[in-house]
Design a protein around this ligand. Sequence first.
Ligand SMILES: C[S@@+](CC[C@H](N)C(=O)[O-])C[C@H]1O[C@@H](n2cnc3c(N)ncnc32)[C@H](O)[C@@H]1O
Length: 276
Amino acid sequence: MSDSRPEWAPASINLDQPSSARVWDYFLGGSHNFEVDRRVAEQAISFKPDMPDLARQVRMFLQGAVRTAAAAGIDQYLDIGAGVPTMGPVHETARETVPGARVVYVDHDPVAVAHGRALLAADPDAAFIQADARSPRAILDHPEVRALIDFDRPVAVLLCSLLHFVSDADDPAALVATLRDAVAPGSFLVIQHASHDGQAGEIIEMLQMWNTKSPEPMYWRTREEIENLFAGFTILEPGVVQVQQWRPDPEESRRTDLDHVRYASYAAVGTKPAAG
Ligand SMILES: C[S@@+](CC[C@H](N)C(=O)[O-])C[C@H]1O[C@@H](n2cnc3c(N)ncnc32)[C@H](O)[C@@H]1O
């Protein structure tokens, strides 16, 4: 039986199908999810009990990467596959260092978009647009993106927990290349991507479970394939590493001790060098 539709849920959504945005929201302790999402999330947790912790690690990586970009003076951010804004959204994190930083969030999920728009309604320097990451040109040309982001100046492009929803046929490398070619030297590229490297059988079963139930199948990739997504960027130290190992902040509860086999999820940050 499906949930009754809460006031904030757009009429277009199917309450009987899980969505990655709402399942992720559940892992992060948010409230923008439905019974179908919670059921699938709990099933995933039964395969991978630390899943909510991994989701938090991904958010902490994202925040650390945004702080790194902000420390380098980056004042514009394009967060694609942004999800339901929970746990330290990018505009708040960036503005700790760069007040007035401009942020455009992009997602194809109607709940993420509706919630994001409500949250940002009074913020002239941030927007949330509904678009498909597989059409990066449409995102780059979107009027709300053009209104807030000046592509002649460096921008941070955030693709966190997104590209594993893009199939080989939809060519994630070409998607990233389109974004790379559009941004100015000095721009940042931030990627976190799930991997099947060394994964135990039950984790592969979890992937299969998700892929049979969800309209958004996942495509896990090897570390090498993920590193190759940074073509044309210089990868910053410490390179392509397990997400919880990317510059852990001793002040935060980063779990550098997590079991790598169960946690194969890579993260890295690159910068676009000057031409020449
Ligand atoms: C696992 S969540 C990650 C959210 C956030 N980036 C984070 O790291 O916490 C993945 C998000 O990507 C979005 N997504 C998946 N495929 C997409 C696509 N083709 N276009 C736009 N958004 C997409 C989902 O709706 C979801 O909100």
